[in-house]
Design a protein around this ligand. Structure first.
Ligand SMILES: [Zn+2]
Length: 222
């Protein structure tokens, strides 16, 4: 069944069906608004969610009908101002985001939860401080440690709750990050496939990606 963008907007907010282990009653997020978002990649819907237990806000970009029994492309994308907006080649975030949008556009359905946890959760200012240490030779993990932060301060439970709230259950996850896969499973979503995101590494990102693979366990092939 095909739904127009209009009827999808109208349907947004309806309770999900399906038999995912995760139940709506335990949700710690709420949807605040949904709207159409035409992009260079295609027509999407955008929804804003807020956390009921913190100040955190989330955005989800999605398209097509969200059905629990239909394996659907999903991605949890962590905000990277430098990569997503400025086209930084220190990391692979921007190309990953756009590749995920293209895959979803091609498939005709899918969802990207945009998690506003910049710099693996340390915030943009601290990320710039970490970059400054990296200019002096530290790698991405050492820089966070020198600044006294956890190597990775992110959690993904609420992102998984948003995907459930959209009505999804069986998911094809676009990710190289085992922590994100684990979080989706723990939240009761059924992972039917992992779609690796292999972005051709720019020279500046090669060392960063190597560190992500070796120190953070990301599933990247070189
Ligand atoms: Zn990045």
């Amino acid at each position: 069944m095909d739904m127009s963008i209009e009827s999808q907007v109208a349907a947004a907010g309806e309770a999900p069906s399906g038999n995912c282990a995760w139940s709506e009653s335990t949700s710690s997020v709420e949807r605040v608004a949904t709207a159409k978002l035409p992009t260079e990649t295609g027509e999407f819907l955008i929804a804003g969610y807020r956390s009921l237990i913190s100040d955190e806000e989330f955005v989800v970009l999605y398209k097509g009908q969200m059905e629990p029994e239909v394996p659907t492309l999903v991605r949890i994308h962590s905000q990277c101002l430098t990569g997503d907006v400025f086209g930084s080649i220190k990391c692979d975030c921007g190309p990953q985001l756009h590749k995920a949008m293209e895959l979803i556009e091609k498939a005709g359905r899918g969802a990207i939860v945009y998690q506003q946890q910049e710099g693996r959760g340390i915030g943009i200012i601290n990320k710039i401080r970490a970059y400054s240490l990296q200019d002096e030779g530290a790698d991405t993990v050492e820089a966070n440690e020198k600044l006294g932060f956890a190597v990775d301060a992110r959690t993904y439970k609420q992102c998984a709750e948003i995907l459930s709230d959209l009505g999804l259950c069986q998911v094809r996850v676009i990710s190289n990050n085992p922590d994100k896969l684990r979080a989706l499973e723990e939240a009761g979503l059924q992972i039917v496939e992992r779609i690796p995101l292999e972005i051709k590494a720019e020279k500046a990102a090669a060392h960063y990606l190597k560190t992500k693979k070796e120190k953070l366990g990301h599933l990247i092939d070189f």
